[in-house]
Design a binder for this molecule. Structure first.
Ligand code: NAP
Ligand code: ZN
Ligand code: ZN
Length: 348
């Protein structure tokens, strides 16, 4: 077994603190990774605080993991010791259902195994995530990471990156499209980068006036303050797509009205309480709402390769693990520019 150092939450109401546990030794298809950086996703906060229900404690969060392979099982072919590797939001799935077969493991009909707050298929033991110094994962669920990009900026690609890349690709965002990105945090800033890189005209829809200059630097062509009634009125019937990344309760109808005929709101943010969707806001312009969950392994690799080719990384604030509780408080206030990433060296 592998002695592992981590930070964990013992309950929904307790702050994260030091925690030790053992990981399995790598099996024939596993890679053992020494974790170097782990991004901090708002989903970590939702799950640590049991905002979605069903949380398992103690919980070691973290699903934006990059590190270096230290050991490989006898049948591993994709990796060797010394290679860079990444792990995203899940570490296993059934591998046989139509979704798994189609490379859409995130939609596995038998349930994917979350990198943390999940249960391993055979042992039913809880999974522990990337706020830790080692992880052992089947090579099929491990990603290749380029050495061309700064690793701390790559970590958030494993969730914030793929969660925004996948739906933008799915709906075919490109030249001639007007895309609104709602909420400038971890997901939002990656959505702006990808939508602009795919050739769309991008508007940042934000509740924070202080983020305007940054939005433009990230590649947004326009900035719209969502609290300003005149701005919102001028944007009625304007967008082909709105990517909604907001983490807290908000009114969908306000933003649906910004979609033109046949426009689509893509929901990726998961507020703990449901939002109402008034039928009139949909039927008025044959609008639709779709949801999207992270992305499959094949597409995640495609996204990482795209980022390496186009020099796209997340804008990060590197923190020590000891500062994680303060980072959560800042994220809840929308005060993150634009992803906290834990330097796992601070655990040692
Ligand atoms: P984040 O970094 O905290 O960013 C969320 C942003 O939403 C904030 O920066 C803020 O942007 C805006 N916001 C927050 N509270 C708001 C409020 N009350 N009203 C209006 N806007 C508000 O979070 P994240 O890591 O990007 O995650 C965003 C959401 O996506 C979370 O719910 C997370 O669980 C979910 N998620 C989903 C998937 C998926 O597969 N679908 C994957 C990862 C994360 P402004 O200051 O610009 O308004
Ligand atoms: Zn995430
Ligand atoms: Zn499956």
């Amino acid at each position: 077994m592998i002695e592992t150092k981590a930070y964990a939450a013992e309950a929904a109401t307790s702050p994260l603190g030091p925690f030790r546990f053992e990981r399995r030794d790598p099996g024939p298809h596993d890679v053992q990774i020494e974790i170097l950086y782990c991004g901090v996703c708002h989903s970590d906060i939702h799950q640590v605080r049991n905002e979605w229900g069903g949380s398992i404690y103690p919980m070691v969060p973290g699903h934006e993991i990059v590190g270096r392979v230290t050991k490989t099982g006898a049948h591993v072919t994709k990796f060797k010791a010394g290679d860079l590797a990444g792990v995203g939001c899940f570490v296993d799935s059934c591998r046989t259902c139509p979704n798994c077969q189609a490379g859409l493991e995130q939609y596995c009909d038998n349930g994917m195994v979350g990198t943390y707050n999940g249960r391993e298929k055979i042992t039913n033991l809880p999974t522990y995530g990337g706020y830790s110094n080692h992880i052992v994962v089947d090579e099929q669920y491990t990603l290749k990471v380029s050495d061309k990009l700064p690793l701390e900026g790559v970590a958030p690609l494993l969730c914030a990156g793929i969660t925004t890349y996948s739906p933008l690709r799915h709906v075919g965002v490109g030249k001639g499209h007007r895309v609104g990105v709602l909420g400038l945090g971890g997901l939002g800033h990656m959505a702006v980068k990808f939508a602009a890189s795919f050739g769309a005209e991008v508007t940042m829809l934000s509740s924070s006036p202080s983020k305007e200059a940054d939005a433009k630097k990230l590649g947004a062509h326009h900035f719209a303050l969502t609290s300003d009634p005149t701005t919102m009125k001028n944007l009625q019937n304007h967008f082909d797509f709105i990517l909604n990344t907001v983490s807290a309760q908000h009114d969908y109808s306000t933003y649906l009205n910004l979609l033109r005929t046949n426009g689509t709101m893509i929901v990726v943010g998961v507020p703990p309480t449901p939002s109402q969707v008034p039928a009139f806001n949909l039927i008025a312009k044959r609008r639709s709402i779709i949801g999207s969950l992270i992305g499959g392994i094949k597409e995640t690799q495609e996204m990482l390769d795209y980022c390496a080719e186009h020099s796209i990384v997340s804008d990060v604030e590197v923190i020590k693990i000891q500062d994680i509780n303060e980072a959560y408080e800042r994220m809840i206030k929308g005060d993150v520019r634009y992803r906290f990433v834990i330097d796992i060296a601070s655990l040692r």
